[in-house]
Design a protein around this ligand. Structure first.
Ligand SMILES: Nc1ncnc2c1ncn2[C@@H]1O[C@H](COP(=O)(O)OP(=O)(O)O)[C@@H](O)[C@H]1O
Ligand SMILES: [Mg+2]
Length: 251
């Protein structure tokens, strides 16, 4: 979309979930991320694309949120900002419950992407352990946690396989195991089921919900699929870069 100026949030000082937000509100470690008037514009001048604008919201450990909206509505941009992978062009993002920007600190925020994200030369066990080994964890401990995580997602038998020997659904379950092994406090998934059939898609969303509960982590999933969104308790709808409202996902 290009430069719509429609206000995208409740300007009365509430975030989209209706929670009161003030500058002086004490932060708690339940506030994993706190976005205030956040915008992300790509390009400049007449070529500028406002991908996200005027987003004010808080994400807590207890949150299980589906971000819905049409293709191009800004879901991926919002998740990239939330992860610290991208930076806002206006506004502020704080991560009080994560000890600062999560990107570049493995194990703080876990990401699941739409497409293949496993490293082809590494077997499933090593892929699952990778965020831990990158973070400098003891190798035996990393592999033990990876094996536990693969058991949790029902893939212990596939530990020695290469990514090319997995189905799409199995690969996404490994991606969930990789998040589980690293024990993040925030799980961010961008269209994790877009390339899966409905049965496998539901399984992956349910595994993400279970992982969030097991880890006491916040969970935010972008999806354009209303059936997947309906498996989560809360929906944040996006249109033209704005967060419209929070609602029960089944509504
Ligand atoms: N790197 C980029 N450069 C320019 N425009 C971009 C870039 N990434 C996304 N956009 C634009 O920003 C808008 C939001 O994109 P995106 O966040 O990917 O939406 P969604 O994930 O909901 O499909 C779209 O108009 C898209 O074309
Ligand atoms: Mg997207």
């Amino acid at each position: 979309m290009t430069g719509s100026q429609t206000p995208g949030h409740d300007t009365s000082g509430h975030d989209v979930a209706g929670r009161h937000v003030t500058e002086h509100q004490a932060t708690t470690d339940q506030d994993l991320a706190r976005l205030t008037g956040v915008a992300r514009t790509y390009g400049r001048g007449s070529a500028a694309v406002v991908a996200v604008h005027e987003v004010t919201c808080v994400i807590r450990r207890s949150d299980r949120i589906a971000v819905t909206g049409a293709s191009g509505s800004g879901k991926s941009t919002l998740l990239h900002l939330l992860s610290g992978l991208d930076e806002p062009t206006a506004g502020q993002i704080l991560w009080p419950g994560l000890g600062g920007r999560p990107f570049g600190r493995p194990g703080v925020a876990g990401m699941v992407f739409q497409g293949p994200s496993l490293l082809a030369p590494l077997d499933v066990l090593d892929n699952t352990a990778l965020p831990l080994t990158l973070a400098g964890a003891d190798e035996d401990e990393a592999l033990r946690r990876a094996a536990d995580a693969l058991s949790t997602v029902g893939l212990a038998d596939l530990a020695a396989r290469l990514p090319e020997e997995l189905s799409g659904g199995q690969a996404q379950r490994v991606a969930v195991a990789r998040v589980l092994a690293a024990r993040p406090r925030l799980i961010i998934a961008d269209e994790p089921t877009a390339q899966l059939g409905s049965a496998h898609a539901a399984q992956v969303v349910d595994l993400l919900l279970t992982a969030a509960d097991d880890l006491n982590a916040g969970l935010i999933i972008a999806t354009h699929d209303p059936h997947m969104a309906a498996r989560l308790p809360t929906c944040w709808r996006m249109a033209d870069g704005a967060l419209l409202e929070a609602a029960p996902c089944s509504s």
